[in-house]
Design a protein around this ligand. Structure first.
Ligand code: G3H
Ligand code: 13P
Ligand code: ZN
Length: 332
């Protein structure tokens, strides 16, 4: 089936009360690992590409790799989403490439580091919504800032989302989904001990914005088993903690529908490749270690699809097209 607008995937998740993983992708093996998990568990899925991923893949490769995933998995609803778009121009570029969803991260300026004011965020996000909806493309906004800096994304300062502002932001901008800052951060080094997330913010916003999909960034769990594999086979990662799966499950119950995961995929692949190359010193066929990396991504993603309750929902609905969505937006 063709790529599906992300709005439909999230609205359906609200109806049947589950969460959908949004997995960052940069290469074929990641996409294949994720799609194997989606197919085996009949789960809808969101593939997301950051600006870094667009650069790494020279854009055209990501577009065609995702097209291959659609052709290979005709029964799975797949949305292709721009992660952390930093300007209207970047969002336009992604829409031109065929993305069915974009994130305008107006919580930060175009440098993706300096926090903006509420009004600046509203201004740029509103422009993206007007542009994207004319193509039937979904828009995710962000209010508040995450902690941590991952490859240049993030201010490093936490500013939790104010629920009053969140309600106002959604009403003024017309975004289809909103990322909340509830104490998570990007990357592997999130917490030193068991985290306490500001989960009440999720409840308050979803009680006020009825049936509106909320998004959690920085949702990798950074499993100790993956860190241990990396360190056992020559790596040197420090002790760290991510977001426990139980916290994500609680967040889903309260209204989080899109769960962003990048770091766990990186850890899974790195561990598998280190293990393979350390155990077999004569290996020089990349298919051996990339094949192991692909399996590791599959295992990790499958576990999350089960935990988020996504499994079995791929066939629940007739997939919408961007044309269908255009009409929905026109009628609003
Ligand atoms: O939000 C950040 C994601 O982990 C993307 O990271 O910009 O290195 O691709 P990246
Ligand atoms: P992690 O670094 O926790 O995987 O978060 C990824 C993310 O939020 C991408 O937008
Ligand atoms: Zn993010």
């Amino acid at each position: 089936m063709p790529l599906v607008p992300m709005k439909q995937i999230l609205d359906e998740a609200i109806k049947a009360d589950y969460g959908v993983g949004a997995f960052n992708v940069n290469n074929m093996e990641q996409i294949q690992g994720i799609m194997k998990a989606a197919k085996e568990t009949a789960s809808p899925v969101i593939l997301q590409a950051s600006r870094g991923a667009l650069k790494y893949t020279n854009m055209v490769y990501i577009k065609h790799l995702v097209a291959a995933a659609c052709e290979d998995n005709p029964d799975i609803p797949i949305a292709l989403h721009l992660d952390h778009g930093n300007s209207l121009e970047t969002c336009k570029m992604a829409i031109g490439l065929g993305f069915t969803s974009v994130m305008m991260d107006g919580s930060l300026k175009e440098d993706a580091k300096t926090p903006t004011t509420f009004d600046e965020n509203v201004e740029v996000t509103k422009k993206v919504v007007e542009y994207a909806h004319a193509f039937g493309v979904t828009v995710e906004g962000e209010l508040g800032t995450l902690g941590g800096i991952e490859d240049g994304v993030g201010s490093g300062k936490v500013r939790l989302t104010d629920p009053d502002e969140a309600v106002k932001f959604v009403e003024i901008t017309g975004v289809d989904a909103l990322a909340l800052a509830i104490g998570t951060s990007h990357g592997a080094y999130k917490f030193k001990a068991e985290p306490k997330l500001a989960i009440d913010i999720v409840s308050e916003v979803s009680e006020r914005l009825k049936n509106f999909p909320l998004v959690m960034h920085g949702s990798s769990s950074v499993p100790k088993e993956l860190i241990d594999i990396i360190n056992k086979y020559g790596g040197n990662m420090q002790k760290t903690m991510g977001v426990p799966i139980e916290s994500i499950q609680q967040a889903i119950k309260r209204g989080i529908r899109k769960i962003n995961v990048d770091t766990d995929g990186r850890l899974a692949m790195t561990g598998a490749i280190r293990k393979c190359l350390s155990e077999k010193l004569d290996v020089f066929d990349p298919r051996e270690y990339f094949g192991k990396a692909r399996e590791a991504v599959y295992e990790m993603v499958k576990g999350k699809m089960v935990a988020f309750g996504t499994t079995g929902h791929a066939g629940d609905y007739k997939p919408a097209t961007l044309e269908d969505m255009k009409k929905v937006y026109e009628e609003k």
